[in-house]
Structures are given as structure tokens and as C-alpha cells.
Write a protein that binds this ligand. Structure first.
Ligand SMILES: [Zn+2]
Length: 326
């Protein structure tokens, strides 16, 4: 939850497999005041009441029940978000809109289609900014889920932040293997640990072996993060054509693209999840925590070589691409 304010409501998507401890983590985070002026939307795939006493009294809570926000309840989610954002444009507002929405998805939700629905909605694109995708991973069952539940993999691959919960319940070796596996699956995500929602230290895991992922006997290609450093004089129209062509051709292999670039239009935040490119956002230089990573784009995916990615970009833009990082 680290974005720069631009007047839009910021959305945090919190997901994770069934029983991964996301509710506990969210409740604790809200109670500790780490997020204020928030509307929490809890998505329950089944028609079960959510105990709103569990959430702070100052905060607002809405429940999206009886369907999953990534599939059968996706339209209802979009309608609920539009309604919330609508508060911003009404002058007679009794209830001002929240600054932030946290969507706690059901344990069976794939964040990808949710983000697609939000980012392709002509109304929400102007009023809502997806700030962060947080995925909770169970320290005890996480490894097993990674090996047997394709949904867990999709959740992990789309995350900006992975919170490993119940770290006190796992032994240090298993935990280190889980962490090494998470790092291999999503090298771009920030990984932290939690016990009952409070931040907890993680063991060192640089020596640990990641577990094999994928169908038995198969050797899935490793997911890598490739950083492309761009010249100040990069041809932006050519760059965006390149990016669309890349995602169109390799969208299933490329999980995320993220970066801040300097263009004639300003400082732009570029982001994609799978094949969906978020409308580039202009972000002010003022208030930026640091700009040392500007003019670089990180591509996270598999099935290509970093060198080929750079060559293809160079071919499209005609500009030199810096080779500082791998
Ligand atoms: Zn779903």
C-alpha cells in the first residue's frame, strides 16, 4: 500500500487460497491502523454472513456474497465498485467516498480476471487505481498447494506482495523451502512473514532448494525477472507497440510487466497482468520516494531468454537498451 495519491480511490486486492489466513491478517492490519479511511469489501463465494464486529467500527464494510468476484460475481463487483466511486462525483454527498478499498477475495478467486474487469471498465478506469495485490500463503500447507492447486500458482504469480502466514507453525527447513519456491515463482514480489496478523521475521533461505512445480515428471521453465533499462530518448509509440505485441504473442508466459518511464507526456507508471495492460498513469515526480528505478521496466515470465527480449525491444524501438542488469 505504497502508491502516490492522484485523487482516485486506491484499491488493494487481498487474496490467497482457502484458509490461508488472509482475514486474520487484514483484521490485524486494520486494527493496528496501518490503513485508514477504508472500505472493506469481503467476497464470500457462499451465502454466509460475515461477522462485521471483527472489523473496526470506524471502517466501512460491504459484503459481496453468493458468488466469486473472479467469475460469477464479477459483474456485481464492478457494480459495487462503480457505486462506491460514484460518491465522488455527487455534490450532495452525505457519505464521502473512502480513500481506499480493500477487496478480500474468496479463497477460490484468481486475481487476474478481477483486475481485467476493473481495468477494462470505462468508468472505473477513471476513478479507481489498483494499488497492490497481496496474496496470503499458508506456511504449513503452502508448499502442498503450490504443487497441487494451479489456482495457488496463479494467485502467487500475480502478487505484488506475498504474506506468509502462521510462520511459527512451520519448521524452519520447510519454511525456507517454501520461501525459496515463492521467490522462484514470483521474483518480483515482496515477501514478508506474519503470525496472527503481526509482522514476523523470516529465516534466511538463500541456500534452500525450491520444490518442483508442475505436473509430475515435467520440468517447467523457471520464471525470471528481466529488467529492461531504457534510454531517455526511447521512441514511446514504438515501445508501446512492442509491449502490446509481446503480450499478445506471449501473454500466457508473461505474468507481470511493471515500471516507471519518462515520456514526453510525463512520468508514467506502466503495468500489466497477463495480457491486460493497465492504462498508463501519470505519476508526479514530487513525493516520489525515489526515482532511481525510473526508465526501467521489469518483465516477469518464462519461456524466453532475457537477451532475446532485449534484442526484440531494440529492434522495435531502434534505441539502445542498457545492459546494466540481468
Ligand atoms: Zn472465481
Amino acid at each position: 500500500m505504497n502508491g502516490e495519491r492522484d485523487g482516485r480511490v486506491e484499491l488493494t486486492v487481498l487474496g490467497g487460497f482457502l484458509g490461508s489466513g488472509k482475514t486474520t491478517w487484514l483484521r490485524h492490519t486494520l486494527h493496528s491502523g496501518a490503513i485508514d479511511d477504508v472500505l472493506v469489501i469481503v467476497n464470500e463465494a457462499a451465502e454466509v454472513p460475515v461477522d462485521d464486529a471483527l472489523f473496526p467500527s470506524g471502517g466501512r464494510l460491504r459484503v459481496l456474497a453468493g458468488g466469486c468476484a473472479c467469475c460469477d460475481a464479477r459483474d456485481r463487483l464492478v457494480a459495487m465498485l462503480r457505486e462506491t466511486c460514484d460518491l465522488r462525483t455527487r455534490s450532495d454527498q452525505q457519505t464521502p467516498p473512502p480513500e481506499r478499498i480493500v477487496l478480500e477475495t474468496s479463497g477460490l478467486a484468481d486475481p487476474g480476471p478481477i483486475l481485467d474487469a476493473i481495468r477494462t471498465d470505462p468508468v472505473l478506469i477513471h476513478h479507481l487505481k489498483v494499488d497492490e495485490i497481496i496474496i496470503a500463503i499458508d506456511a504449513i500447507y503452502g508448499l502442498d498447494q503450490i504443487q497441487h492447486e494451479p489456482l495457488t500458482l496463479r494467485q502467487i504469480e500475480t502478487a505484488d506482495r506475498l504474506v506468509v502466514t502462521k510462520v511459527d507453525a512451520s519448521n524452519a527447513d520447510d519454511l525456507a523451502r517454501l520461501l525459496a519456491t515463492l521467490l522462484q515463482l514470483n521474483p518480483g514480489a515482496f515477501i514478508s512473514g506474519a503470525i496472527m496478523g503481526s509482522e514476523a521475521p523470516l529465516p534466511k533461505f538463500s541456500e534452500a532448494e525450491p520444490v518442483p512445480v508442475g505436473p509430475p515428471g515435467s520440468q517447467p521453465e523457471q520464471i525470471t525477472a528481466t529488467r529492461l533499462d531504457l534510454d531517455e530518448d526511447t521512441d514511446w509509440p514504438a515501445f508501446s507497440v512492442w509491449l502490446s505485441a509481446l503480450l499478445h504473442a506471449r501473454g500466457n508466459d508473461i505474468m507481470r510487466v511493471k515500471g516507471v518511464v519518462h515520456t514526453p507526456a510525463g512520468r508514467l507508471l506502466l503495468q500489466s497482468v497477463r495480457k491486460t495492460v493497465q492504462q498508463p498513469e501519470i505519476i508526479p515526480k514530487e513525493g516520489a520516494k525515489d526515482t532511481k528505478d525510473d526508465n526501467s521496466v521489469v518483465v516477469i515470465g518464462r519461456g524466453y531468454r532475457a537477451e532475446d527480449l532485449r534484442k526484440s525491444l531494440q529492434h522495435f524501438t531502434g534505441a539502445g537498451v542498457d545492459r546494466r542488469a540481468g
